[in-house]
Design a protein around this ligand. Structure first.
Ligand SMILES: O=C(O)c1ccccc1N[C@@H]1O[C@H](COP(=O)(O)O)[C@@H](O)[C@H]1O
Length: 241
């Protein structure tokens, strides 16, 4: 059995590393320089960074130059999210040298374009399935975008390589992950799943690691690290066995 990958998150809003509650604009807590945060996770032993341009996701501008600077400064793998919705934004994201990109809104609103970029770029493309219940949400999680399982079946048939599954009701709340949602998504696809939302403790990470045999490949950790619920070193140790 392979170990769970951990992806510490750096979400960028207005040039600052922030955490949101339920992904709602206006709930930001600021944690300073995104570059310093990313370098700290790298120094602590991270193999991945989950880097999000929240302004691009919300449609309130972008942090494109800063995102490129942070990605360029990393020696580790980077997953880029937020506002990647057309050829220009995809080209800019891939030009940073990131390992893969995560598409959200585009998978809901421009499925033909997403099918094309999956065919062209293979496992450099992941799709973020951001859900309330089983309803997908796009445009900064402000708009409904269809049924989770119908969309998952469509993306599977198009060869999507992996899914990043976020329970919006859990995100930024430190209330624990939605393990049943992860089990249900894993049962519906053979592709790897990255868990996102709600991690609050090392036991939460151990519980997600217990789903590796079902298809969970990784877990994004945000608020818990910034709130110092545990250190990244402790988290890596907790999922190493
Ligand atoms: O990560 C967040 O907290 C978040 C909050 C609100 C909206 C998006 C968020 N993050 C990630 O952004 C992409 C979606 O961006 P887009 O729809 O493709 O522009 C997705 O990976 C979300 O998980």
């Amino acid at each position: 059995m392979s170990k769970l990958e951990l992806l510490p998150a750096v979400d960028v809003r207005d040039g600052q590393a922030v955490r949101l509650v339920h992904g709602e604009s206006g709930t930001e807590t600021s944690y300073g320089s995104p570059l310093e945060a990313a370098l700290a996770w790298q120094r602590a032993g991270a193999e991945w960074l989950h880097l999000v341009d929240l302004d691009a996701a919300f449609g309130t501008g972008d942090n494109r130059e800063l995102i490129a600077e942070v990605t360029g400064a990393m020696d580790i793998k980077v997953e880029l999210s937020g506002g990647i919705r057309d050829d220009a934004s995809l080209a800019a994201a891939l030009a940073t040298g990131c390992t893969r990109v995560n598409l959200g809104t585009a998978a809901l609103e421009t499925p033909e374009w997403v099918a094309g970029v999956i065919a062209e770029h293979g496992d450099k493309i992941a799709v973020g399935l951001d859900v309330r219940g089983t309803t997908l949400r796009g445009r900064g999680w402000t708009r409904d975008g269809g049924d989770l399982y119908e969309t998952l079946a469509r993306l599977d048939s198009e060869g999507c390589a992996r899914y990043v599954v976020t329970d919006i009701a859990k995100d930024g709340t430190l209330q624990g992950p939605n393990l049943q949602l992860l089990r249900d998504v894993c049962a519906a696809t053979d592709k790897p799943v990255v868990a996102s939302g709600g991690v609050s403790s090392l036991d939460d990470l151990r519980a997600i690691a217990g789903l590796v045999p079902e298809g969970v490949e990784g877990a994004i950790v945000g608020k818990a690290l910034y709130a110092k619920a545990f250190t990244l070193e402790e988290a890596l140790e907790a999922v190493s066995r």
